[in-house]
Every structure is written in C-alpha cells, then in structure tokens.
Design a protein around this ligand. Structure first.
Ligand SMILES: CC(C)(COP(=O)(O)OP(=O)(O)OC[C@H]1O[C@@H](n2cnc3c(N)ncnc32)[C@H](O)[C@@H]1OP(=O)(O)O)[C@@H](O)C(=O)NCCC(=O)NCCS
Length: 171
C-alpha cells in the first residue's frame, strides 16, 4: 500500500534532492559535465520546489522513512500541440531504487482521480522520445501520442512526445 499526501513546505529540500537524483539517473549515462550539473541545481533547487508546492498540485508518496516519489501538476494548461487543453503532468519522479514497485501507478491514479473530480477534460505531458521506460509506463496507463515538441537544454533540442489521456469529463 502506497501512502500519498499533499506536499508541504518542509518537503522542498527532499523533493529537490530526489529530483536531481532521478533526473541524473534517467538522462545521463557517462560523465557529468558542468552544464547539466548547473541545469539540475537550478531547475531543482529547494527554492524552485518550494514555489511549485505553493503554486501547483504536488503530491508525494511517503513511506514513513521518507519520500519515494512525487507528482507535480497544473490545471488548465494548453499543450504545445493539439488542440489539447487540460491538466499538465509537469513531473512524475520515483527514486531509482524504488521504481517498478507500483508507486508511479499509485501517484498517477491519484492525479487522474483528482483531475477528473475537478472536471478537467484531459491529462497531458511531454516525455523524451528516448525515455522508453516512461513511454511504456504511460502507454500502460492509456496515454496516446498527439505530436512532438522539443526540450531545449544548452542550445540542443531533445525531441519529446506530447502524450494525452482523455478524462471522463472530455466532451
Ligand atoms: C516512469 C516512472 C514514473 C514509472 O513509475 P514506477 O513506479 O517505476 O512504475 P510502476 O511500478 O507503477 O509501473 C506500473 C506499470 O507501468 C509499466 N511500466 C513501468 N515501468 C516500466 C518499464 N521500465 N518498462 C516497461 N513497462 C513499465 C508496467 O506496465 C508496470 O506494471 P507492471 O510492473 O505490473 O508490469 C518511474 O520509473 C520514474 O520515475 N522514472 C524516471 C523518471 C521519469 O522518466 N519520469 C517520467 C518523465 S515524463
């Protein structure tokens, strides 16, 4: 059983560390250079995560001894391709050592239920085209590709799929 709860201000440093760990584990393979190091330290600073907790819907999976993963979502967002409008899943990160144990499923199911209750017509997100694990996860959860966009890091474009799942409120 995965225990979920809304993130609190005190979680910001933990979510920052967890995000850096998960991002590096997912997107870097060999040596780590200064540009990527600077990116994660800025993007996932405790201050940035604190802002997300204040402004967005952030839910954590809490296993008593600490946080194992989280979702970040924003309502009423327009996707970069479409037409597609609804709740954007900004981040879904599970600590590498805790992956494939049903935690991502629990967090995503919770977000689907929340967004449905709020009357959102769809849930959408972007995923790196080469992130095959995440693509398999989202496919297993009913998301379909609706187009492509680029994630630009240090002047280099990384192709991403835009994925959408319609919710019961969809017209
Ligand atoms: C992708 C991620 C969110 C999935 O969460 P998770 O807790 O590891 O996944 P779950 O255990 O809940 O998996 C549920 C189902 O999704 C599918 N799935 C999950 N990971 C998979 C993988 N690596 N390969 C194939 N299918 C996978 C399976 O159908 C799985 O069910 P099963 O284990 O009974 O076969 C998580 O692995 C993660 O944080 N990865 C790194 C960060 C990332 O890529 N985030 C998404 C960026 S858009």
């Amino acid at each position: 059983m995965v225990a979920l709860r809304p993130a609190q201000a005190k979680d910001a440093p933990v979510l920052a560390a967890l995000s850096i760990e998960t991002w590096l584990n997912t997107y870097t393979r060999a040596g780590l250079g200064p540009k990527r190091a600077a990116y994660v330290l800025n993007e996932f600073s405790p201050r940035a995560l604190m802002q997300a907790i204040e402004d967005e819907q952030v839910t954590v999976s809490d296993h008593n001894r600490g946080i194992t993963g989280y979702t970040r979502a924003r309502e009423g967002q327009i996707a970069p391709v479409g037409p597609c409008h609804g709740t954007e899943l900004v981040t879904l990160y599970i600590r590498p050592a805790m992956q494939r144990q049903g935690i991502g499923h629990a967090l995503l199911s919770n977000l689907v239920a929340q967004a449905t209750r709020r009357g959102s017509p769809a849930l959408w997100l972007t995923v790196n085209c080469r992130n095959h694990n995440a693509r398999a996860f989202y496919k297993a959860h009913g998301f379909d590709p609706i187009g492509q966009t680029d994630f630009v890091l240090d002047g280099k474009a990384y192709p991403n799929f835009v994925l959408r799942r319609d919710l019961p409120g969809a017209g």
